[in-house]
Ligand binder design. Structure first.
Ligand code: SF4
Length: 369
């Protein structure tokens, strides 16, 4: 049976992980730009689904969809895909492919069809699957998040219990790169329950890695309250990065409360100051246009951005209501003139990156990198 992966640059890390998982069972996901051969697999997000859904509906082969959009909207996706893998794919996708190949019934918990869906019985253990093989990707070190930010799909897809790849497993795959980068919902939470850093576990990992390590920076950003003297000291001692990227999301405490961020603006200010003191550039993620932002909230965010720009950089995104999240059915609030003007002028000065005007533009830039 010939199986293809519908390649899109934005889903390449998922491709790398699922290529490796399927390869273990003898399936080789060849990249394609259209549905092809016996089976074609798709990873759907809120941006690519508009383009890919019509192609799947007309496909002349079996189609399998997974990814954040398919997980959140499996009923909708089962209307145009033959099978929908809900949640994590490393175990389910090869098992589903085996059943299709062998002509066995596909009543697999975690796989939805037009006939219905039974939730999966367990979560993936990271060490049971390689993060990549022939198709290279970042090394995923942790999965799941105990926080519940109301705009974020991560805890809704991967659960609220943080799981970690072992130090030996991470070293094995990181050693295949000269410059190693990692994927985590919060890299400074490595080895912990995700609520508080455990620096000795972090040290155990970082001291075991022998290559150039980029940690606590894209794509392993951290939370501001995990930025401490100890965690920063480990970065300056063991890592090659000169910046730390973390999420502030808003300069308004009332917005931070409403989105259940679990930290306040003061935590962000402290994190910026601590990074600066040890010579690391703070790169701070901000989301603009939350639906319930008042003029005062946007002003507070503008004030915070102005202050951060004196010491570091901003990475700004527009709020996107993602399905499956508590804010999934809301609409973004337009930006005030002051905030919009500030973002534009900082971008011109090289102090701000991101796609605060249009997510599509941001994604196409990201994919070109
Ligand atoms: S935004 Fe980060 S901290 Fe918040 S739920 Fe998502 S992964 Fe967790």
């Amino acid at each position: 049976m010939r199986v293809n992966w519908r390649y899109t640059p934005a889903t390449r890390n998922t491709y790398a992980a699922l290529y490796a998982a399927c390869e273990q069972d003898g399936f080789f996901l060849e990249p394609t730009d259209r549905p092809l051969n016996d089976v074609t697999c798709y990873s759907l997000n809120s941006l690519n689904v508009r383009d890919l859904a019509p192609e799947m509906a007309e496909a002349g082969c079996i189609t399998i969809a997974g990814g954040p959009h398919a997980t959140a909207c499996w009923r909708q996706v089962a209307g145009f895909a033959d099978y929908v893998v809900v949640g994590e794919g490393e175990y389910l996708l090869p098992e589903l492919l085996s059943r299709i190949r062998d002509g066995r019934a596909v009543n697999l918990p975690g796989v939805a069809t037009r006939d219905g869906y039974i939730p999966p019985a367990s979560n993936v253990v990271l060490d049971a699957f390689p993060p990549f093989s022939r198709m290279k990707g970042y090394v995923e070190i942790s999965r799941g998040c105990p926080f519940s930010c109301s705009y974020c799909q991560t805890p809704r897809i991967f659960g609220t219990v943080m799981r970690h790849r072992s130090v030996a497993g991470i070293v094995k795959y990181a050693s295949r790169y000269r410059d190693a980068r990692f994927v985590s919902p919060n890299a400074f939470a490595y080895g912990s329950d995700g609520r508080q850093p455990r620096p000795h576990r972090l040290k155990e990992l970082l001291s075991a890695l022998r290559n150039n390590i980029y940690f606590g920076t894209f794509p392993s950003e951290v939370r501001p309250e995990f930025i401490t003297e100890e965690t920063l000291g480990l970065v300056t001692r063991y890592c090659a990065n000169t910046a730390i990227q973390f999420g502030a999301q808003s300069g308004s405490d009332s917005v931070l409360q409403r989105i259940s961020r679990g930290h306040c603006v003061e935590d962000v200010v402290k994190a910026v100051e601590m990074c600066t003191q040890v010579g690391l550039t703070p790169v701070v993620d901000i989301i603009v246009g939350f639906p319930f932002e008042s003029d005062d909230d946007q002003q507070a965010t503008a004030d915070l951005i102005r202050w951060i720009a004196r010491y570091g950089k901003i990475h700004a995104h527009p709020f996107l209501p993602l399905p499956g999240t508590p804010l999934g059915r809301t609409s973004p609030r337009p930006l005030s003139r002051d905030l919009s003007h500030l973002l534009g002028s900082l971008a011109l000065r090289g102090k701000l990156t991101g796609s605060w005007r249009s997510l599509e533009i941001g994604f196409s830039h990201a994919t070109a990198e």
